[in-house]
Design a protein around this ligand. Structure first.
Ligand code: FAD
Ligand code: SIN
Length: 537
């Protein structure tokens, strides 16, 4: 089966949906999404979107905070354009119908939250459910647009590229690699569909599931990075994995996030004895940059042997807490923690992928016709450590830039017919009965990534992880070609490759910077390492 559109968007989070809405002004858009359409990190975003709205704030201050957080690796031109375009993108969301919390005094002025590393209040939010509100409205607008069709439970497997078509004798060789769409698994029917498109957009989100403990939803298996890399696209900075300092510590809570906004409203980190400790690590204390807070907690836990630290906001008025953080309050209460009365047990967990498919300032990757936006991309905004709440902002800004630029490209391509691509060839693959192999490898990757490639790394741990992932890769390669593809197998193949890329980038960087901390090179080396780590096949 073949489906043809002008734009193929892979992923239905803030990045993919924002792109689709803009692109639909110039062509037909197919959005494929591997589970239900709401299921992505966007829907779980709590804190909000960072942008300059306060009289006491300025673009320069937001830029300065972002650069400081990025620890030398942010691209200043990208930081500036994202920060400066931010307020317009947020006003657009409001005009589409998104409700952001307002100040009580006039019911109109945006209520701005504060998070780690921000020198001013600048987080636009909807209580502690910002992502759910944004996703809801974007989906409403997409669903009423006749030029957009969403395909739920459709998982992209691999890109259709020129080299593949050349290998099969379908088109003649030219110089640059070009993308013409993707092979997509219809998960419910078990059928593989050829989606052909003039422009393909990778908006597949992050890769938290590469680690045993993560704040991310199950979809976050780094598919976009793996798919793009396999097709020859450049990737960058995969060593910079952000660990969120405060996820609920409870065996059944699946690392539920306790927003940094809680610390922004006065929450304090405490050890088991009830003593605060962040003042030992940074002058900004509990509102220090995220890499510093996560590392400090890790050190405290290693020193004390305790299983968690505590986050205490119970000194604030209970009415304020339940009004400002209703979702966190209710979720913690389900796990018998009343945050208005007692400290919350918390631990760090993998949260955000600062690296990704390398793009230019329009979201274009190194492959012709392929764009990457949102968490799947590495635009240069975050450097070595993303500033809190800059991610939703980046997705909004780059979705629009990519849509405008690709519409121009589309104009050039309008007359050019799409090449005909062959149907997916399953070869001699059969149904597998050995799903245990998939789940065993899946668990093993997530465990060694957590133990060896986590908040603190060493050369020896990285070498161990590298050997382990290579063995698993070999096994997957054999398994993949022998058995019919399933969602689990495809995700395993992707997390294994993403793990390998994280380990490879981390092993190359012989210094400690931002989120990458290696005990064998504990200092920053601005002479040799003030640069992105870029890789491609
Ligand atoms: P996502 O929203 O993750 O969407 C990815 C989409 O791609 C999904 O629809 C998924 O199903 C689909 N997909 C993936 N692989 C495939 C495939 N192979 N085929 C088809 N579809 C595929 N950032 C902030 O700025 N502020 C916050 O307050 C904030 N809070 C957060 C709280 C939590 C709990 C988490 C996990 C993250 C938070 N972040 C926050 C980060 C931010 O939410 C994400 O970086 C952002 O939402 C990513 O948007 P996205 O559109 O790139 O990806
Ligand atoms: C949070 O609410 O703490 C998450 C914010 C972010 O990841 O940017």
């Amino acid at each position: 089966m073949e489906i043809i559109s002008d734009y193929l968007v892979i992923g239905s989070g803030i990045a993919g949906l924002s792109f689709a809405l803009q692109a639909a002004k110039t062509g037909r858009v197919a959005v494929v999404t591997k589970k239900e359409k709401t299921e992505g990190s966007t829907n779980y975003a709590q804190g909000g979107i960072a942008s300059v709205f306060d009289r006491d704030d300025s673009f320069d201050l937001h830029i300065e905070d972002t650069l400081k957080s990025g620890d030398g690796l942010c691209h200043e031109d990208i930081v500036r354009l994202v920060v400066e375009e931010g307020p317009e993108r947020i006003k657009e969301l409001i005009s589409m119908g998104v409700y952001f919390s307002r100040q009580e005094r006039d019911g109109e002025t945006l209520d701005l939250g504060r998070e780690g590393g921000h020198s001013r209040r600048r987080i636009v939010h909807t209580k502690d459910l910002t992502g759910r509100e944004v996703e809801r409205i974007l989906l409403d607008r997409v669903e009423e647009n006749p030029n957009i069709r969403i395909y739920e439970n459709h998982m992209a497997i691999d890109l259709i590229t020129k080299s593949k078509l050349i290998r099969r004798g379908i088109i003649a060789s030219e110089t640059s690699e070009t993308c013409w769409g993707a092979y997509v698994l219809d998960v419910k029917q078990g059928q593989i569909i050829t989606f052909l498109a003039k422009i393909t957009v990778m908006s597949t989100g992050g890769a938290g599931k590469v680690y045993r403990y993560t704040s991310n939803p199950d979809i976050a298996t780094g598919d976009g990075v793996a798919i793009g890399y396999r097709a020859g696209a450049k990737i960058a900075n995969m060593e910079f994995v952000q660990f969120h300092p405060t996820c609920l510590y409870h065996p059944l809570a699946k690392s539920f996030l306790i927003s940094e906004a809680v610390r922004g409203e006065g929450g304090v980190l405490l050890d088991k004895k009830g003593d605060s400790f962040m003042e030992k690590y940074h002058p900004l204390k509990d509102l220090a940059f995220r890499d510093i807070v996560a590392r400090s907690i890790d050190m405290e836990l290693k020193k004390s042997g305790d299983e968690c630290v505590y986050l205490d906001i119970s000194h604030r008025d209970p009415a304020f807490i339940t009004e400002r953080f209703p979702h966190i309050f209710e979720t913690c209460l389900k796990f018998q923690v009343d945050i208005t009365k007692e400290p919350i047990p918390v631990v760090p967990a993998a949260h955000y992928m600062c690296g990704g498919l390398l793009t230019d300032k329009y979201g274009k990757t190194s492959l012709d016709n392929l764009y990457a936006i949102g968490e799947a991309a590495c635009t240069g905004l975050h450097g070595a450590n993303r500033l809190a709440s800059n991610s939703l902002l980046e997705a909004l800004v780059f979705a629009r830039r990519a849509a405008l630029r690709s519409a121009e490209e589309m104009g050039d391509k309008m007359d050019k017919a799409l090449p005909s691509a062959p149907q997916w060839d399953p070869g001699s693959a059969t149904d597998s009965e050995e799903t245990v192999v998939v789940s065993h490898n899946w668990d093993e990757i997530r465990s060694f990534m957590w133990n060896y490639v986590g908040i603190v790394r060493t050369n020896k741990r990285l070498a161990r992880a590298s050997t382990r992932v290579e063995n698993i890769q070999k096994e997957i390669r054999e398994y993949y070609w022998d058995f019919l593809v399933t969602q689990d197998l495809l995700e395993l193949r992707n997390i294994a490759l993403v793990a390998q890329l994280i380990i490879a980038c981390a092993s190359l960087r012989k210094e400690s910077r931002g989120l990458h901390f290696n005990l064998d090179y504990p200092s920053k080396d601005n002479i040799h390492w003030l640069q992105d780590t870029v890789m491609w096949i």
